[in-house]
Each structure stands twice: as structure tokens, then as C-alpha cells.
Design a protein around this ligand. Structure first.
Ligand code: NAD
Length: 502
């Protein structure tokens, strides 16, 4: 059964039950291809929030005692179920985000990969041991769960990003409260239903809905130990500042402007394909989208061909196989993209392709923006400094690789970057000198697989330990170090007044 999707009022997943909220306030969930209301998300009441946190604390007492291999087995069953329901989840995801079906499947798949990684939790939670640190004294460390953890996720990856968080946190022995984006809560609800079907005990995962008011409860309630956030820069800063001020562990992934450097020795066709896909794919609504192309020297001669290739691309409905990408998530977000395009033109950039006023046959009310291309962009312009989050690519030109590196290193963001070249020397220098946390060489969107971590830097990340990989285990756990002595020989009967172990 597919309960969440058929419910016009999105349920809470509270204390192990899918229940209707008692709230009077509901947020419209729209299909961005039509702007029709397809569901309503509740603004969880303070009482319900309190109930969720209290229940998570109760369940933690038993879940943390569940053997690690049993916890891992829940993840293995979950992985299999997600695969079985891959198309169905992608269809829900497509309807509420507008993503093309293929891209929606990719969103789900990149989440499944994290669940696979969580199935390996036992070896990830191994501690360290040294014997004979002093005479008859041994030391070992254990990795233990923290308690109740919370996650707040953005609209743009409603499957992948919740799956970055709760499988790892729960596999480590924590309980988890998820507050997904109010713009597309149906996908995360389906993920929660399948998690229960996979045998996750009631209350290990709970899902609440809403916005700032509900998030503030998670940031301030003393029972919550750690908060994971993914979203925009202003909210990300607020989450980090508020969460840490309330003595919580916080990892906060925020917005980005990602540059791709094109060397004149690169393969031209590969460059053009990569730029088109990485800039307008998902309508540019990816934190790792390429929004700035930096052409070094003669590579700038390829801009007209890039324009030609981009002009052939069009948005459309999720199930239109000829569409390369879907609509912008909301009418408000679309207006913002269009007004930034206008600003780019007003500030003197060359508007080579203008996606404003785009229409799609049969869907007159969708939030469509066509592929948009600027050249001659400078660091003074708003289109360079703002995260546009639309299908807009800005081209810049530099004389040398060194200049390109300096440009990127001066950006306040550091999520992803990429270089296209056939020179090992250029690629090596770029990797080494660039102040960005995720680097692609002839790969435009270098999102690491889950045995590594998602390592954004600078203004794109606030915190210490990143998502998935080994770092997620560190983030969701404490280390306990035990030093023990077992007497097997004549023990000293004298008191030791020194700090030194004897
Ligand atoms: P958003 O910041 O508007 O919302 C993210 C979450 O925060 C939502 O759950 C929302 O309900 C909540 N929220 C909104 N305002 C809040 C407030 N004032 N106080 C507390 N919580 C609040 O982001 P979005 O528009 O949903 O997502 C797009 C953004 O996410 C982009 O900036 C994108 O770059 C970023 N993003 C970053 C990464 C990354 O890994 N760095 C990944 C995906 C998306």
C-alpha cells in the first residue's frame, strides 16, 4: 500500500503511527508543472513536537541495546525494499518536484547507495585497542550512539538527502526525527513507510512537518543531541549558530556556486555535453550544479557551440521523454530566477540565451524557465554572487589556469568544482591548489559515493564532520575509551599519587 501519497493531508509519522496532525495550519504542496495543490502538509503542533522528542528518547533506550548486526540487517532489508519500489518512489518524487523520471530515479538511487553503506555499520563502528599501555593495563575504545538526532532537509533531493541522514544515524544506534521540506513531503513519507516495512521498530524514525517554528523546537530542545541540516546559506548559518549555542552537535550543508574550468586542451565535445547537463539538469536546482564556466585562453572560442547545444534543450513534464529537465519548484522561485536574469542583463553581461517567458505545450501554468546562457560575466555581478538555482550558466574568461584558480579560491563557497583538460599536470595542480571540498577531473558533478564523505567547504558547509562515509559515524556517535587492569601477578599494594600509569 502507498498510504502517504493517497492522503491529501500528509500524515505525521509520530510515535510509530502514521497519524493526522491536530493542527489548524496546513501548507499547500503543489505540482510545479501545473501549480495544482496535490496535498497539504501540517505545521506540527508544539504538543506533537514534544511527543515526538519524548518518544524518541524512550525508544533510544531499547534501540541502542539492539545488536549492531540486527541494526545492520534492518538496513539490508530496507535497501532491498527501496530497490523493489524504486520506480514507484521516483514517480511520487517526479510529481511533487517536477524532476524528469530518469533524474528522479537517480535521486532515489543515490539514497539507496547510502543505505547500502549503512548496512556496513558494524565495521564502521570498530574502536581501537592497545594492550600493555602500562604494566597489566590495556586500553580500548568503543563507538557509542549519541541519543536523539534530528534532520532538516531541502526540497531539491527529497529522497537522497533524507537518506544521507537517518539510515546512518539509526544504524549507529540513535533514534531520529526528520523534518523534510514542506515543498515535497510525500517522497520522505513513502521512505518512512518502507522503513517500517523493512522492520525498523516503531519510533526509531519519526517524521514531523512544518517550517521555522518546528525547526526551532529541534534546535533548542535539550533532549536532541545532534542536528543535520541541508539547505540555503542563510538558513544553514542560522541552524549552525542556534544549534551550537544550544550545545548541540551540528552539521550544516548550505548553498553553492560551482565553477568548471575549461582548458584549451580539453575534449571540446565532452566539455559541451558536461556543461549543458551539469548546468540545466534538474533545472539547475542542485547544490552541485555547475553555474559558472571558466574558459581559459582559447577555450572561449567554444562558447558559440555551447550556445547552440544549450538552445536545443527544453524543459517539460516529468513523463515527457523528450524533456531534459522539469519546472522550477515554485512560482516564487521561478520569479526570483527570472529577476536575476534581468539583473544580469542590466549589469552588463551578454545574454546569449534567454529562458524567461518559457512555455510548455499543454502545461500553461507550470514554473518553466528555458536554458539561459550569459557570457562576459564578472565577479561584481549579482548573477555571479547569488546562487540562482535555475537553468542559468554564466561564462567567464581567464588567460591562465592560475587566474582561474585564484578566481575560484576567492569565492566564498566551496562545495564542488571541476576541471576539463587532457593534461595531467594541469589536473594535478588544480586538485592541489583549489580551496573547494569536492573536485572533479573531467567529471562535472563530483558527488562522492557513500564510502567517502560529502565534503563541501567554506560557505557551503558549517561544522566539522560531513555526511555519510566514516565522518557520519563520527558525527552520530561518541567515543568511549576504557583503561583496565587485571591483576595476574603480585600487585603493588602502594597507593599511586602520580598521574602516570604504573
Ligand atoms: P531552505 O534553506 O529554504 O530550506 C531547507 C529546510 O530548512 C527546509 O526543511 C525548510 O523548511 C527549513 N527552513 C526554511 N527556512 C527556515 C528558517 N528560517 N528557520 C529554520 N528552518 C527553515 O532550502 P531549499 O530551498 O529547500 O533548498 C535549496 C538550497 O539547499 C540551495 O541553497 C542548495 O544549494 C542547498 N543544498 C545544499 C546541499 C549541500 O549538500 N550543500 C545539498 C542540497 C541543497
Amino acid at each position: 500500500t502507498n498510504r502517504a501519497f493517497n492522503m491529501k493531508n500528509v500524515p505525521l509519522y509520530l510515535a510509530g503511527e502514521f497519524v493526522q496532525s491536530q493542527t489548524q495550519e496546513w501548507i499547500d504542496v503543489t505540482d510545479p508543472a501545473t501549480n495544482e495543490v496535490i496535498a497539504k502538509a501540517p505545521c506540527t503542533t508544539p504538543t506533537e513536537m514534544e511527543q515526538a522528542i519524548k518518544y524518541a528518547g524512550e525508544v533510544f533506550k531499547t534501540w541502542k541495546e539492539t545488536p549492531v548486526s540486527e541494526r545492520a540487517r534492518v538496513m539490508m532489508r530496507y535497501q532491498a525494499l527501496l530497490k523493489e519500489h524504486h520506480d514507484e518512489i521516483a514517480e511520487i518524487l517526479s510529481q511533487e518536484t517536477g524532476k524528469t523520471f530518469e533524474d528522479a530515479k537517480g535521486d532515489v538511487w543515490r539514497g539507496i547507495e547510502v543505505v547500502e553503506h549503512a548496512g556496513n555499520v558494524a565495521s564502521l563502528m570498530m574502536g581501537e585497542t592497545v594492550e600493555n599501555v602500562a604494566r597489566e593495563v590495556d586500553t580500548h575504545s568503543w563507538i557509542q550512539p549519541l541519543g536523539v538526532c534530528a534532520g532538516i532537509t531541502p526540497f531539491n533531493f527529497p529522497a537522497m538527502i533524507p537518506l544521507w541522514m537517518f539510515p546512518m544515524a539509526i544504524a549507529c544506534g540513535n533514534t531520529f526525527i526528520l523534518k523534510p521540506s514542506e515543498q515535497d513531503p510525500l517522497t520522505p513519507m513513502r521512505l518512512a513507510e518502507l522503513f517500517e516495512e523493512a522492520g525498523a521498530p516503531k519510533g526509531v524514525l519519526q517524521v514531523v512537518h512544518g517550517g521555522k517554528e518546528q525547526v526551532d523546537v529541534l534546535l533548542t530542545d535539550p533532549a536532541i543531541r545532534a542536528v543535520s541540516f541541508v539547505g540555503s546559506v542563510p538558513v544553514g548559518r542560522y541552524i549552525y549558530e542556534t544549534g551550537t549555542r544550544n550545545m548541540k552537535r551540528v552539521q550544516s550543508f548550505a548553498g553553492a556556486k560551482n565553477h568548471m574550468v575549461i582548458m584549451p586542451d580539453a575534449d571540446k565535445q565532452q566539455v559541451i555535453n558536461a556543461l549543458v547537463g551539469a548546468s540545466v539538469g534538474a533545472a539547475g536546482q542542485r547544490c552541485m550544479a555547475i553555474s559558472v564556466a571558466v574558459f581559459v585562453g582559447e577555450a572561449q572560442q567554444w562558447i558559440p557551440e555551447l550556445k547552440e547545444a544549450m538552445a536545443k534543450v527544453r524543459p517539460g513534464a516529468w513523463n515527457d521523454s523528450g524533456a531534459s529537465y522539469g519546472p522550477i519548484i515554485s512560482a516564487k522561485a521561478k520569479d526570483r530566477v527570472e529577476s536575476l536574469i534581468a539583473t544580469g542583463e542590466a549589469q552588463g553581461a551578454n545574454l546569449l540565451l534567454d529562458g524567461r517567458g518559457c512555455t510548455v505545450d499543454g502545461l500553461p501554468d507550470g514554473n518553466w524557465v528555458g536554458p539561459t546562457l550569459f557570457s562576459g560575466v564578472t565577479t561584481k555581478m549579482d548573477i555571479y554572487n547569488e546562487e540562482i538555482f535555475g537553468p542559468v550558466l554564466s561564462c567567464m574568461e581567464t588567460d591562465s589556469l592560475g587566474e582561474a584558480i585564484e578566481l575560484i579560491n576567492n569565492s566564498p563557497y566551496g562545495n564542488g568544482t571541476s576541471i576539463f583538460t587532457s593534461s595531467g599536470g594541469c589536473a594535478r595542480r588544480f586538485q592541489h591548489e583549489i580551496d573547494v571540498g569536492q573536485v572533479g577531473v573531467n567529471i562535472p558533478i563530483p558527488v562522492p559515493l557513500p564510502f567517502f564523505s560529502f565534503t563541501g567547504w567554506k560557505g557551503s558547509f558549517y561544522g566539522d564532520q560531513h555526511a555519510y562515509g566514516k565522518q557520519a559515524v563520527r558525527f552520530y556517535t561518541e567515543t568511549k575509551t576504557v583503561t583496565s587492569r587485571w591483576f595476574s601477578s603480585e600487585a603493588s599494594t602502594e597507593a599511586n599519587f602520580s598521574i602516570q600509569l604504573r
